[in-house]
Design a protein around this ligand. Structure first.
Ligand code: DGJ
Length: 733
């Protein structure tokens, strides 16, 4: 069947219109071959050419070369991409250091292509299509005539998603090398209006707090300079109208598909327009593009919603789940694990772990995860990273013996690695001190008393690859937790000349992606879980290799409400994991009930992280019931439509819910944080249900119309204890 076009070029208005049923994105070729931004938002049928930036003599703006038109202000028109040196004095997306040392360029429109489908980005993670008709891709080529650099701007629009992806590539057709000092993956100028920027910031054990602020004059930068995505600032931002809330209003989400240094710049200029740029952080970045070579910048996903933040998140969740994750487990319900980290830390051996496995079996748990401390001679975190051989003292009969023990009990076996790291106290360091990231004649900075391998170098990757392979080929392993417990310092690669040391951070990420690509394709049956001291590397790019990640080292139920609420803004529920740990909590000292810890953890990919053998009989019985309950609900939790209802950052409550695709089933999780005397009446209004269906509360048998639950709502019971959790389960009759 022929499918309608998603991208049109109108010769009369010289504009490209990317459209589907929901959205339109219009860009045009302005005088002088400048690529201008015209419109992005709700679908319009046709663009008639009236949105060219108003012509006005903006004093002190650059004008077009060879033109006497003073009203063509390069500093003020809305652009699709900008570069240093042409009279647009706003934040540039691209800075090229030319062979003559200048930073001048003028990229002029040359030609375009429109093709079905979506090309892959060599060596980089990216969203994909499974059918060529699912999307169309526009490539607009701009050329800097003097240096013969081509700037290929790529836009893909999906047919049935409110999603456009963007990336850029520099192709050097000239005779001399140039240096990229900055190359954002996307930039957009938006017209006047009052807008907020939403970011996800925090720190270790406190990731992805939702931070919303008005965009005011000047430039605000969100970034990581840590070599990785970071706990501190996630590489997702959203630009929302000030009136937009969870349920209503316009918002655009921007997800950077990358796991290294990133920068999101948000500016407002004196003419009231906005400039947004997202890409690799230009700090510590300088990439040489040799003659006849090219550089591909990573992808940015743009998700438009006019149904508020939930609409944006839902579109993004579905896209990432279905068109970023490639794992064979992408649509499978994920196993319930017990992880021994908070139970034993590194103080264990097989005999100590076996009873935990036995308890897990009895409780219906499906996987045992052996965390840090099983290799080298590691009894604490000062040693052995890089020596991925089994510590015989802890596993006297070998690791396969323990794997058998677990598998004989019908559980799966998972194991922890931290492949990118090296300890000074390791055989790897003794044999290959040169594998460590380190600047000659300087003493490298430790962090958690460990150092980083230069994974950008092939021989380093090969060493780690072969060590991991030896474990995988000799042990039946079902799951791997890939951890990373420090950020990058001492940035220097021994295989690069001084003039190219600005490439090291990005080469690290490319090397990491290559290693992940090799291992995940070689071992596709392993369920891979990302981790970086909790959620330090949760980003869209990592999901290309690992369908799930450990959300945070903070397992406290109350702290997790905010962390999980924030994480859900940009990441699907099936992609982040949550465990019930002991009370009082090891990170906060807070006591919460097993029921509340269970309800918070059951709101994503579920497991336990405590010593099951130390529980009372009543607690063990409660765990059995939780496990059975989660097995009933996990399809809906992991793959249903998720909505945030009440933001824990705004008061004493938190709520979210899940609805099945056919709208026949809904689960609602509601938390009351602190108890109050004479509390206000608490009402809860649900969303996404079928207004015409009648739903039964499974626990009470009470019946409600879908419209009643959504518009009239329900009263929640008054509770007189702290940290209370309610789970409501509705089924259509
Ligand atoms: C940090 C992780 O987030 C923890 O879950 C645990 O695996 C430790 N590292 C082990 O060192």
């Amino acid at each position: 069947m022929t499918q309608s076009n998603l991208i049109d070029f109108d010769t009369k208005t010289q504009s490209f219109h990317l459209h589907n049923d929901d959205i339109s994105y219009v860009l045009g070729i302005e005088a002088g071959g400048v690529l201008a931004h015209l419109y992005y938002g709700q679908r319009i049928k046709q663009y008639h050419g009236h949105l060219k930036s108003p012509r006005l003599d903006r004093g002190f703006s650059g004008n077009l070369p060879k033109s006497s038109d003073r009203t063509y202000s390069l500093d003020a028109i809305l652009r699709e991409y900008s570069y240093e040196g042409d009279g647009d004095f706003r934040t540039p997306a691209l800075v090229v250091r030319q062979a003559d040392g200048s930073r001048s360029a003028f990229f002029k429109y040359q030609d375009y292509t429109i093709s079905d489908g979506k090309p892959t980005l060599a060596g980089l993670p990216a969203t994909y299509v499974v059918d060529e008709h699912e999307a169309q891709t526009l490539t607009v080529n701009l050329v800097d005539e003097v240096s013969q650099l081509t700037l290929a701007m790529r836009y893909t629009i999906y047919r049935q998603r409110p999603v456009i992806t963007r990336s850029v590539q520099i192709i050097n057709n000239g005779e001399q090398a140039v240096h990229l000092e900055k190359i954002a993956s996307m930039m957009i100028d938006l017209p006047v209006g009052e807008k907020d920027v939403i970011s996800l910031l925090g720190g270790h054990a406190n990731e992805r707090n939702i931070n919303r602020e008005p965009i005011t004059f000047g430039t605000k930068t969100f970034q990581s300079r840590r070599g990785t995505t970071s706990h501190h600032m996630n590489n997702f931002i959203a630009i929302a109208d000030t009136q937009t809330n969870e349920f209503k209003g316009e918002v655009v989400g921007l997800s950077f598909v990358y796991s290294g240094n990133h920068k999101e710049e948000v500016s407002k200029d004196p003419y009231g327009t906005y400039r947004i740029a997202v890409g690799i952080n230009d700090d510590q970045f300088d990439w040489e593009v040799a003659a006849k070579d090219s550089f591909q910048a990573p992808e940015v996903i743009m998700t438009y919603s006019n149904t508020g933040l939930n609409g944006m998140s839902q579109a993004l969740h579905n896209l990432l789940q279905q068109r970023m994750v490639r794992s064979k487990y992408k649509n499978s319900v994920r196993p319930i694990v017990v992880n021994n980290w908070e139970a034993t830390f590194m103080d264990f051996d097989e005999a100590r772990l076996q009873p935990i496995v036995d308890e897990a079996k009895d409780m219906g748990i499906e996987m045992f995860v052996l965390d840090d401390g099983w290799f080298g001679h590691r009894d604490d975190d000062n040693t052995s990273l890089g020596d991925w051989q089994v510590l015989a003292k802890k596993f006297p009969q070998g690791l396969q013996h323990f794997a058998n023990y677990i598998h004989e009990r019908d559980l799966q076996f998972g194991i922890w690695f931290e492949p990118e790291m090296i300890s000074i106290d390791s055989d790897l360091y003794k044999n290959h001190p040169e594998y460590m990231l380190k600047v000659p004649n300087r003493t490298p900075s430790p962090s958690r008393n460990q150092f980083v391998l230069d994974i950008g170098r092939p021989e380093v990757r090969e060493n780690i690859h072969s060590q991991m392979k030896a474990i995988f080929d000799n042990t039946d392993i079902d799951y791997v937790k890939w951890d990373m417990n420090r950020n990058l310092t001492d940035i220097y690669a021994t295989d690069l000349p001084a003039s190219r040391q600005g490439e090291v951070m990005h080469r690290y990420v490319l090397g990491l992606y290559q290693l992940l690509e090799e291992l995940t394709t070689e071992y596709p049956d392993i369920l891979w879980e990302g981790c970086s001291g909790g959620g330090g590397r949760i980003d869209a790019g990592f999901m290309y290799y690992m369908p799930q990640s450990w959300t945070s080292d903070n397992t406290d139920a109350v702290a997790r409400m905010k962390i999980q609420y924030g994480t859900s803004l940009a990441y699907p529920i099936s992609s982040f994991t949550s465990h019930v740990s002991e009370a009082p909590n090891q990170q906060t000292g807070r006591y919460t009930s097993l029921q509340t810890r269970g309800a918070v953890a059951m709101s994503s990919v579920f497991g336990y992280e405590l010593d099951l053998t130390q529980m009372t009989d009543d607690e063990k019985q409660a765990v059995k019931e939780q496990v059975a309950q989660y097995k009933q609900m996990r399809q809906l939790v992991q793959y249903g439509q998720y909505s945030r209802l009440i933001d824990p950052n705004e008061g004493n409550r938190c709520a979210w819910m899940f609805v099945s695709d056919d709208k026949n089933e809904a689960l609602v999780f509601s938390f009351n944080i602190l108890s109050q005397a004479q509390p206000e009446n608490k009402m809860l209004k649900l969303v996404d249900l079928d207004a015409d269906k009648v739903y039964e509360d499974v626990a009470t048998g009470d019946e409600f119309g879908g419209d009643e639950l959504m518009h009239a709502g329900i009263y929640e019971p008054a509770v007189f204890s702290d940290f209370n959790a309610m789970i409501y389960h509705y089924k259509a009759k």
